[in-house]
Design a protein around this ligand. Sequence first.
Ligand SMILES: [Zn+2]
Ligand SMILES: [Zn+2]
Length: 303
Amino acid sequence: MKKVLSILFAIIILCMGVIPSYAANPKISVKTVSSASVGDTITVSVNLSANSNLGGIEFIVKYDTSAFQYVSGSAKTGNVFSEAIINSDVVGQLHYGGYTTTTVNSSGTFMSFKLKVLKVNGKITVSVRDAFNGEEKDITSLVSVSGATVKCSHANMKWTITKKATCTEKGEKKGTCACGYTTTEIIAKLEHTYGKWTVEKEATETEKGLKWAKCTVCGDKKEQVINKLKPTETTTETTTETTTFVENTTESTTNEPTTAPTPQIVEKTSTAEIVAKTVAVVLGVEALGLVIFLICKKKKGNK
Ligand SMILES: [Zn+2]
Ligand SMILES: [Zn+2]
């Protein structure tokens, strides 16, 4: 068991020592937009992969002169090599040369340039002239390269309707690009053109109503529920109901003799009133007689 553990430990230490000095073969790749339209100016960069252990390199980037026109470009120094130049004197190619006194292990950009697109599907390629690693060993044959193709973005498609869309069926249109690319697309169904609503059932305060409308083109029918009426909004209906309510009460009073106690109470109250009134009148008359008596007495006294 101890032996197994010590072997594993030895392997781990060995791996830890190996990883930092691990060097992969350098990869040079062209990066740019995958698609563009004629007239666009695109930016292209040429990049190096990580852990390349590269000491110096010379390569040529070629672009299709019928598809691209060179605008401007520059070598990037600092992130890959301390010294680098590009030469664009020859139309259709950019000549790059760069080196460092140590080795390059981080990924980075060799150069960046701009091209105007004259034609789509143009190619940009890379070919290595010479490359050496940190130990100044020739590794030209070990460097792998990948170019780029700028396809058409089909930004200015011309469309023709091959089948018109209706409210019942989808349509179809055909697109053609200047590059020769063609495609077909489905046109969504049109909206129905509904006519006026027809009320099938009027809404009341207690029940919902229903209305429908038909498409004037295809006859498609749609239905919609009408909400119950709000009592406050319909004043005319409530007044008619109150009138019927009054009628009901009058009917009930005439039909049912049980409502008789109410007039009886009225009678009781009226007799009480009469009694009160007579008492008041009697008292008033008595008071008046007393006043007259007092006045007459005073007048006699005065004489
Ligand atoms: Zn196109
Ligand atoms: Zn329709």
